[in-house]
Design a protein around this ligand. Structure first.
Ligand code: AMP
Ligand code: MG
Length: 414
């Protein structure tokens, strides 16, 4: 038996960061930037108003109070997107909207609330009372205060979230170079499987693994390519695997347990190399890993167990980090939480147990509780869980009230 870490290390040593692609920024969400981005301009490009109000010289407001306001002549108005042609001098003001460039001569903006505008019904307004002394620079956003021209804005290797997409847009960058998404081929194996849109004859079950796996692939940024079902026959398995040769990763489910693996082993040994592992974990003990001779290069193959829960859990532990590595992500780990266990979770045979659990927060503490049957065929138990509570290999049981580590599947508080 090998440990979870040994298995992961072996898988990661066989996958590489993919090449780059250039595309519209909105399509890059979740991908990793593959270029250093410098700004060709100042953001904002000009000094501008941070508030609606009056652009003035601070000097004109010196010593004013509510009871002895300064009355200034209003010489114009400027809204966002326009440039005022007038110049503010001592004793004058220009009505200004948020985002509008500061007119020549002005150095501050007095917000409406600090003027008597509300008491002056005539429009356009010709005079305005300033009720409060302002400091030079008040309510002025400086040119380049967010980004200055020539600045390194985003570094190569940065994962693009909505805020990074927004920053790219703010400097007028319409496309970006990012590491491309891996195409992940997904193949279900088993004589008992029937497609989801077909009637179910006696003795058969629907192929659910291809769908949970494809959804997991998509969630982490890969492009799933469902290859359908291969019966437990050599020719069929061979033919299906041929359709995966142009992919970046092949995931199969089923056919790796002791009673079954001969077929997968024979077929894959012909097309590349494969090893069968027994990983010290539960669920998901059997796992196959190999390299298939592909069109351009060798395609890594992860043979996941057939049981629906095992296939999902082994995906999280081994396929997810492989996909993230191919996408150029540096952080491959998932959030772990220390919670107080509200259940007794046993470890009967010295493997690392990943128990489906619900984590919730109460006050300053997190609590984890297992729910319902834990069999690796009970897929609905995954729908009730938001994490996997871990009992280490050398611990016989985690008792109620003890601290337990939980690998969070979703980070969403219930
Ligand atoms: P195997 O590893 O092929 O022996 O499969 C183990 C268990 O998982 C069996 O009960 C299979 O019927 C079930 N199984 C295998 N593949 C799938 C699949 N694609 N969808 C749902 N269940 C599956
Ligand atoms: Mg099978």
């Amino acid at each position: 038996m090998i440990t979870v870490e040994q298995a992961l290390e072996k898988v990661l040593s066989c996958v590489e960061v993919l090449n780059r692609e250039e595309k519209p920024i909105l399509e890059c969400l979740g991908q990793v930037l593959d270029e250093d981005v410098y700004s060709p301009l100042d953001v904002p490009p000009l000094d501008n108003a941070a508030m609606d109000g009056y652009a003035v010289q601070a000097e004109s407001t010196r010593g004013v109070t509510q009871s002895s306001p300064a009355v200034l002549d209003v010489i114009g108005e400027v809204s966002a997107g326009a440039i005022s042609q007038q110049e503010v001098r001592p004793g004058t003001a220009i009505r200004i909207m948020t985002g509008a460039p500061i007119p020549q001569g002005a150095d501050s903006v007095v917000q409406f609330e600090d003027t008597d505008e509300a008491l002056r019904p005539q429009r356009p307004i010709s005079q305005i009372g300033i009720l409060k002394e302002v400091k030079k620079g008040l309510n002025v956003r400086r040119a380049g205060e967010d980004i200055s021209r020539g600045q390194l804005v985003l570094e190569k290797g940065t994962p693009l979230r909505p805020q990074e997409i927004g920053v790219l847009a703010s400097i007028g960058k319409a496309t970006a170079a990012v590491i491309r998404r891996p195409v992940v081929a997904i193949l279900a194996t088993g004589d008992e499987l029937v497609e989801i849109d077909q009637p179910l004859p006696q003795g058969k079950i629907h192929n659910s693994n291809s769908f949970s796996l494809a959804a997991q692939v998509a969630r982490y940024g890969g492009i799933p390519k469902i290859l359908g079902i291969a019966r437990d026959r050599e020719e069929e398995l061979e033919a299906k695997i041929r359709q995966a040769l142009d992919s970046d990763l092949l995931l199969t489910s089923g056919g790796v347990s002791t009673g079954q693996y001969d077929l997968v082993k024979d077929v894959l040994a012909k097309q590349g190399e494969i090893s069968f592992w027994t990983v010290r974990m539960k669920p998901g003990k059997p796992l196959a890993f190999g390299l298939i001779n592909g069109d351009r290069k060798r395609v890594p193959h992860l043979g996941l167990p057939g049981n629906p829960v095992s296939s999902m859990v082994t995906f999280e532990l081994f396929a997810r980090p492989a996909i993230l590595k191919m996408m150029g992500q540096r952080n491959l780990s998932k959030t772990m939480i220390r919670a107080i266990s509200e259940s007794r979770i046993e470890n009967t045979d010295g493997r690392r147990v990943f128990a489906r659990a619900v984590v919730r927060r109460e006050g300053d503490h997190y609590y984890a509780r297992t729910r319902g049957p834990q069999g690796s065929g009970i897929l609905t138990s995954m729908t009730q869980a938001n994490g996997l509570a871990i009992v280490p290999e050398d611990v016989a049981a985690v008792e109620e009230g003890e601290i337990i580590q939980v690998l969070m599947l979703d980070w969403r508080e219930e």
